[in-house]
Design a protein around this ligand. Structure first.
Ligand SMILES: C[S@@+](CC[C@H](N)C(=O)[O-])C[C@H]1O[C@@H](n2cnc3c(N)ncnc32)[C@H](O)[C@@H]1O
Length: 246
C-alpha cells in the first residue's frame, strides 16, 4: 500500500493544529461516550483526553508525529479494523473518509466496531463554490466529484444527522477551506503541502493559480470580490458533521 502521507505528512502536526472551536463541536457530538475509536487518527487531532481512546492509523509518518502520552495507536486501515464488534461507544473519523480506498467498507467496519459513529467531512457542492476552488483551482471540484458525499456517508451509517460546521476566521487546523478569509496563506507552499486536495494537483497548475491569486490580491481584485481579508467571524465553507442516530 502506498502512503500519500509520506509526502503530505511531514509537518502535518504543525500546520494542522486542532482548532478549539471545532474540538468543542466534536466533543459535544461524542456526548457521554466512555470509549472512542478514532479511525484515520493521524497525529491525534481532536482525540478526547477524558475517556478511553484507541487510535487507528495506517501511516507511520503520521503515527510518528503523535505526541508522547497520546492515545495508543494500532496501525491498520478503516477497511479492516482488527477490533471486535461493538467494542467502542463511538467510532470517530475526522477528515479521513475521502482517503479510504473503499469508503463503504470502511464505514461498515466503523459501524461494526462501535455503537454510534461521528464523521467530520465536507459537502462537495458547497466546497466547489469556495472562492479558491471556483475562481482559481476548479480542478479540485472535478477531482473530488467522486469522493464520498455527505448523503452517502449518512446512508452508510443508517439514520444519521448532518450538521454544518462553521469554520472560524482564524482556524488553526489548516485544511482546504480553513483560510477562507486569509487568502495570502495559500501562497505559502508549506501551507499547501498539508492540504491533500492541493498537494495532489499538478504543481504547474497550482503555481499558475497562485500567481493569479497574488496578482488579484496586489491589485485589490480579490478584495473587491470578497471583501476585506482577516475580517472576524466564521463561515460555512462546506464542512459537515455526520452523526449516526441511535
Ligand atoms: C487529513 S488526515 C486526518 C487526520 C486526523 N483525523 C485529523 O483530523 O487531523 C487523513 C488521515 O487518514 C489516514 N488514512 C488514509 N487512508 C486510510 C484508510 N484506508 N484507513 C484509515 N485511515 C486512512 C491518513 O493516513 C491520514 O492520517
Amino acid at each position: 500500500m502506498t502512503d500519500p502521507y509520506r509526502t503530505l505528512g511531514p509537518g502535518y502536526s504543525e500546520r494542522r493544529r486542532p482548532d478549539p472551536r471545532l474540538a468543542t463541536i466534536i466533543e459535544e457530538a461524542l456526548g457521554d461516550a466512555r470509549s472512542v475509536v478514532n479511525v484515520g487518527a493521524g497525529t491525534g487531532s481532536y482525540e478526547p483526553t477524558d475517556r478511553m481512546v484507541l487510535a487507528v492509523e495506517p501511516s507511520p509518518v503520521m503515527i510518528a508525529q503523535r505526541s508522547p502520552g497520546s492515545a495508543p495507536v494500532v496501525r491498520a486501515v478503516a477497511e479492516r479494523l482488527p477490533l471486535p464488534d461493538r467494542s467502542f461507544d463511538v467510532g470517530l473519523a475526522i477528515l479521513t473518509v475521502h482517503h479510504w480506498t473503499d469508503p463503504a467498507r470502511g464505514l461498515a467496519e466503523l459501524r461494526r466496531v462501535s455503537r454510534r459513529q461521528v464523521v467530520l467531512t465536507w459537502d462537495h457542492t458547497v466546497v466547489s463554490r469556495f472562492w479558491l476552488v471556483a475562481e482559481y483551482l476548479p480542478e479540485i471540484a472535478e477531482a473530488e466529484a467522486d469522493l464520498p458525499a455527505c448523503d452517502f456517508i449518512s446512508r452508510q451509517l443508517g439514520p444519521a444527522q448532518v450538521t454544518e460546521v462553521p469554520v472560524p476566521h482564524d482556524c488553526s487546523d489548516g485544511f482546504l477551506a480553513a483560510y477562507w478569509n486569509r487568502p495570502s496563506a495559500y501562497l505559502d507552499p508549506t501551507v499547501r503541502a498539508s492540504i491533500s486536495s492541493l498537494a495532489k494537483l499538478d504543481p504547474t497548475r497550482v503555481a499558475e493559480a497562485m500567481r493569479r491569486l497574488r496578482a488579484d490580491l496586489d491589485s485589490g481584485l480579490w478584495q473587491q470580490r470578497h471583501g476585506r481579508p482577516d475580517e472576524a467571524g466564521s463561515a460555512d465553507v462546506g464542512y459537515r458533521l455526520v452523526s449516526s442516530l441511535e
